[in-house]
Every structure is written in C-alpha cells, then in structure tokens.
Design a protein around this ligand. Structure first.
Ligand SMILES: [Zn+2]
Length: 248
C-alpha cells in the first residue's frame, strides 16, 4: 500500500517520539487504521488539528518502514461544539472508545463510519439529550456488528412477545412473562424502542425524545452492550499493543 487517500475519523492519538503522534483512524474502506503523524507536535505543523480526536476529513497516507504515515489532511468537520461542552464530550469520548474497540483493521466499516459522523453531528449541533444520542449510537453500533438483541420474540421459548416482558442481557433479548427468569422487567414501550430504533435512520432518534420509556431502554441497553462486548472479547486496539514502543 504505497499511498492512499481516504475519508477518516480520528478516534485517538498518543504522543510518539519527540514530535510525532500515533493516530487511530476509523475509515470506511479499511476499518480501523493506525498511522503516525510525523512532526505534528512541531510549531506550525499543518497536521496539528488533523490528529485531534473527533476530527474527520480526507487523509492522504503513505506506507513507510512498514507503517502508515499521514502526509496531509483536508479537514471536513471538527465537531467543535462538543469539545467545549463537558457532558457532550464525555459521551462522545465513550463513542470513540466503542468504535476503537469494535472496528477491526482491514475490515470495511462504511455504515459504521456514516453512523458515527451522523451521531457526532447530532451530539454537536442538536439539542437532544446526550444520553438519548448515546443510546441510539449504541443501538446502531450493535446492529451494525450483528449483535442487535431479539426483542420481538422470547429468547427462551420463541413465542412472540407483544407487551411487557423481561430483558435478559446475557441471553440477548426479551423473555416473555410466562418463562421463569430473574432478568429485569422491560416495559412494552422500552422494548419497542430497542426493537425499532436501530432499524430506522439515525435522524429518527428525535422521535424518541420525550418518550416516557427511553431512559429505561437506555439503561437496559447499556447493560447489554457491556456484557456483549465483554463476551466477544474484542482484540485490544493496535495502539494499545504498541504502547511499549510509544512514548505516551
Ligand atoms: Zn418465553
């Protein structure tokens, strides 16, 4: 891979050497990609803003000594408003961690990339509660990974579920009230949010704002995300693996 040009979102950076940074990118075509930004910590480096987390743009990269290097970047969006709002920044940082954990090198992530940009735009420019956007982002992420929980039928007996039920994060879905289960209850409203939201366009998240059950759905879904991602034992990101050689 001598040289390439790709849209990318910066997930993380870590100082490397005296003037460089290691940057973890999410790209539509190449999935998660680690690259070095040489000289980006020197005064007046043109790459100084291009390596900040949340920055998205078109990155020109080239391979050098077996490692990708960022040559230049045309920044498209820096999502500035979320960087200056602590609550939104905490939510956005969690999303970047989720992306870094679940995106895989050399596995295309086109849909995930688009959802990440849409979600970050909402987090930056809409008045929707950050916790609501985090729930929607988690639901879309899990659906993209093929981990959407089953909410329309009981994961124990297979019978259709139409109203209130239980939600078993370990089994990955709804449990009908006829089946014995110690899992927490889920209202019909929250169950339907968990079923429908990941199947609609991200922009539709605004329709859930004001729904009396969205906080319940968010709480239950978070327990599912934590358990499922732990179960899957995602490999640590490369930038963790190279910590030994990086001066962080
Ligand atoms: Zn059942």
């Amino acid at each position: 891979m001598p040289a390439l040009s790709t849209p990318a979102l910066v997930l993380r950076h870590a100082d490397y050497g005296d003037y460089d940074r290691m940057v973890t990118l999410l790209t539509p075509e190449y999935g998660r990609m680690d690259a070095v930004a040489r000289g980006c910590r020197r005064a007046k480096s043109p790459l100084v803003n291009a390596v900040e987390p949340f920055t998205s743009g078109v990155y020109q990269l080239y391979a050098r000594r077996g490692r990708m290097s960022i040559d230049q970047c045309e920044i498209k969006e820096s999502f500035y408003p979320l960087r200056v709002d602590y609550d939104r920044l905490v939510h956005g940082a969690y999303w970047l961690r989720l992306l870094e954990t679940t995106a895989v090198p050399d596995v295309p992530a086109g849909e995930l990339f688009l959802i990440a940009l849409k979600a970050l735009a909402h987090l930056s420019y809409s008045d929707l509660p950050p916790a609501l956007l985090t729930m929607a982002f988690e639901m879309h992420l899990m659906a993209q990974l093929g981990f959407a929980p089953r909410m329309d039928a009981c994961v124990c007996c297979g019978r259709p579920v139409a109203g209130d039920a239980r939600f078993d994060a370990a089994l990955g879905g709804a449990v009908c009230l006829a089946c014995p289960s110690g899992a927490p209850r889920v209202s019909n409203g929250a169950r339907r949010i968990m079923m429908k939201l990941p199947r609609t366009q991200f922009e539709k998240v605004a329709l859930v704002d004001g729904h009396p059950n969205w906080q319940e759905a968010a709480r239950l879904f978070r327990s599912y995300v934590n358990r499922r991602l732990h179960q899957e034992k995602f490999a640590p990101p490369l930038s963790d693996a190279c910590r030994g050689e990086c001066k962080t």
